[in-house]
Ligand binder design. Sequence first.
Ligand SMILES: Cc1ncc(COP(=O)(O)O)c(C=O)c1O
Length: 436
Amino acid sequence: MQPKELKTIELEHLAIGGGVPVRTTPLPLEFPGMHYMDDEEVEAAVRVLKSRSLFRYYGIDLQREVDAFENEFAEFIGVKHALAVSSGSGALQTALSALGVGPGQEVIVPAYMWVAVIAAVVNLGAIPVLADIDESFTLNPTGVERRLTPRTKGIIAVHMSGAPANVPALLEIARKRELFFLEDCAQCAGGSIRGKKVGGFGDMGIFSFQMNKNMSSGEGGCVVTNDTRLYQRAVAAHDNGYARDETGRAIYDNLDLCLWGRGVRLDEVRGAILRVQLRKLSKIIAHMRRSKYRIRRALEEFPQVQLRHIVDPDGDTGAFLIITLGSGDEAKRISQALRAEGIATSPQGVTNVVMTDWGLHIYSNIVSLVNQTSTDGRGFPWNLAENRDSKLQYGKGTCPVADSLFERSILFAIPSCLSERDEDEIIHAFRKVFAH
Ligand SMILES: Cc1ncc(COP(=O)(O)O)c(C=O)c1O
């Protein structure tokens, strides 16, 4: 079926005004990896269960699934080392521990991220410093430069909503100032810039394999690096505090590798599932990209719509589409009108959301950050003597470009199972709403 011509659509009444909606069934939920889950993952999980060896380091009949996954993932990303962990949050904490983050240090983070990025910095006693984003919805290099101080220790670039950040420019800043550069690829597994996979550009990269990620085992994560020392420190931090030699034995005679453990190991069942999901990742991405760019091309005919700037369209995983309108009111009206046309999921799901409502991805929605709350109730880490020169504000207004973009933009999830008919209907709904 071809989407209808604009002229015909102009005659249709909007559903929000009592007309017939384009769709009456909810759109499929996001969860890219999950739509591709089938007997292969079931068999992988059962194989491990039958081995009665669910722990990665020893067992009755150890299958070494986590080891195999790490090797396969490292090869896929193009890095020397991969360390599987139990979540993306765990991966962030592990990586920052390996990088030696602590009190007296500032870490630059984007205004658009996920709360776990901030939590990882704060939990280590360092100070998160928000930097503004640009139309790519990722860190603006100029915004980063404005936030540099003698206390800056590193930059966390977050490849948000499926598409890569402007890594070349950001990496240049990091290298010039001798800062660490950590890529958060939780929302962009399989994404790339000029043909090189995200995760392998900086000192370290992290991934999440939580339910709503490009590949998933429900929960899970990974830390990647080309630096063997950082890898060994990550091994120590993710486990019981101690790195391991090639035979698996703990290393006690190198104090640089004796840290404090976070206990975020990955188990064999999820290791086995992730090996299968990794083999499917390129298909999952190809599906989302096909759907997204078909819809994006259709939106190009509307001058009132500004499409998200994509740093490298060939490396976009396609998991989300973001459009920006002229004002916050217009964004709200368009979103509601599209919702009435059936561009929604139900009862769960987050497609067609004005970005100010996009929860803890938006810095000014993070109540604990805005109010600088602390786990100990006494102000940690903001109250530490080492942090006394880092007096920061986190409320709305801190990142004005981000504030304006969040208010005027609508985010759509692009499920990995959209049919051509779903796409036709989404395009039809957009045309109908914009024609009015
Ligand atoms: C950008 C980003 N970083 C980190 C995480 C944390 O991952 P997890 O939920 O696996 O802890 C997420 C998860 O949503 C994320 O979107």
